[in-house]
Design a protein around this ligand. Sequence first.
Ligand code: MLC
Ligand code: AMP
Length: 505
Amino acid sequence: MMHPPRSIIHALFDRARANPGRPCVYASGTTVSYGTLAEEAARVAGGLRELGLRRGDRAALFLANSVEFLVAYLGAQLAGATVVLVNTQYRQVELRHILGDSGARLCVTDGARREELERVRPGLPELEVLVQAGAPAAGAVSLAELRAGSAPHMDPGAIDPNDLALIGYTSGTTGRAKGAMLTHANLAANSAAVTQAWGWTEGDRLLLTLPLFHIHGLGVGIHGTLYSGAQVNLRPGFEASEVFDELLAGTPTMFFGVPTMYGRLIAEARRRGQRPPPIRLYVSGSAPLSPQTFAEFAELFGQPILERYGMTETVMNLTNPLEGERRPGTVGMPFPGQEARIVDVRTRAPLPDGEVGEIQVRGPHVFKGYWRRDDATAEAFDTGGWFNTGDLGVRSADGYYTIVGRARELIISGGYNIYPRELEEVLATLPGVAEVAVFGEPDPDFGERVVAAIVPAPGVSLTADEVIAYCRERLAAYKKPRRVIFCEALPRNALGKVQKHLIGG
Ligand code: MLC
Ligand code: AMP
């Protein structure tokens, strides 16, 4: 390509024009070509505009991995809308917040999620239109009809690279998720950097089992595929045995996963006593990959996993090299065209190699700020355009970064982020709870798991099952406590702050 595409939509249309019949996505037994994907996205865009969707309107996607997801995502962006990504496990509390805060006018959902959405809809006056994938349903526009509509002449040139392409919700210390605003230019710049660093070409076939509502699956997996003109085998989710079968068959050239997936693939390889043929690239991220998992995988699969580090606000930041040493326990160095440094947590002064501080990053991939949260945006940026990641790290003399902790309270379970404050706020409303503290502890499968410490009100007896069921009803299932501890009081320091590290044992 002469000029790098200005957006992922431009990349798709460039490929579709140059080679419309080229396969792009394989999912649920069908192959969709670049030409068909672009054409269907254009039809959906036309249909969405007829439904009144305008430039800058927010269109939420609350649906499972599928071709429908991709067509709706690309179609909404092509129509000029900003896509809001919604975790498919979200329940009332999260849905109310994310759809209300983003002011979504339209939501694309599927049959499995419609009921949960309808429960919160009365409180969301701005949400005017529902589009449903799969079988047509009363009260919603059918996505299938939009896909089959007449193709208007849609010009991706109309997309301004500085417009917001998507809002990804992610949280800080407040317990309330904030919308990270990513522009088309941010996404294209990061895909350019990632595809270059990982040698991702047209010849690659990615096996993708990650959810598309997070930037790992979407911003890396899908955007990278479209940017490089490659192919993706999109699965509804991760099943170790299915992935192992694909690897044995030798179809993929790349696999991206969170450490939990690699742990489960190791167990699968041991169970079967087989070693799949080598593939071009295994990548891990979203949570720390332990050196032990790295070593076991290398032994059983004969290949070193490439570990990288990213965030919703920036997509990908740091990566181990494609060629050269992939150093276990580290996340490598900045992608091409991007910068990183370590600063003192208090003074914000840059630190020399070997000293632990906060990781800051800078470059064309860094987001625009938090949606309707100027205060949080101001806090997130240092002078000179450096973004404070909130992760603590150290750089070696030869340039490898290692993440050593987090400046904010955050539990990462199987690559999903869980904010103790959000759970504490929900549990505080459970009758009979006087006080609550939520924190993480190590877990062999998920890396970390959620623990809730509860002080019952005098005379009240609560059970762990009641506590878990209460969370399960209101929040995504992966956030539920895996262990509940009942205690008479929470340990506090002289300032009254709960000392979570003293609970549990
Ligand atoms: C599922 N469950 C989890 C969980 N995933 N609980 C804790 N932590 C998790 N990660 C819950 C289910 O809701 C269910 O609850 C029960 O556990 C059964 O789980 P399972 O069958 O073992 O789960 P499975 O479907 O196999 O999911 C595991 C997983 C999945 C690892 C495949 O969690 C996953 O796809 N993780 C990837 C997340 C991701 O893409 N993160 C990227 C964020 S972007 P119940 O109550 O129904 O029994 C980012 C930036 C970057 O971080 O750098 O990439
Ligand atoms: P999210 O808010 O979902 O985008 O999650 C981003 C967070 O995931 C980062 O701030 C890190 O704390 C964590 N993370 C991502 N990749 C890695 C990695 N390779 N090692 C350790 N932590 C990671």
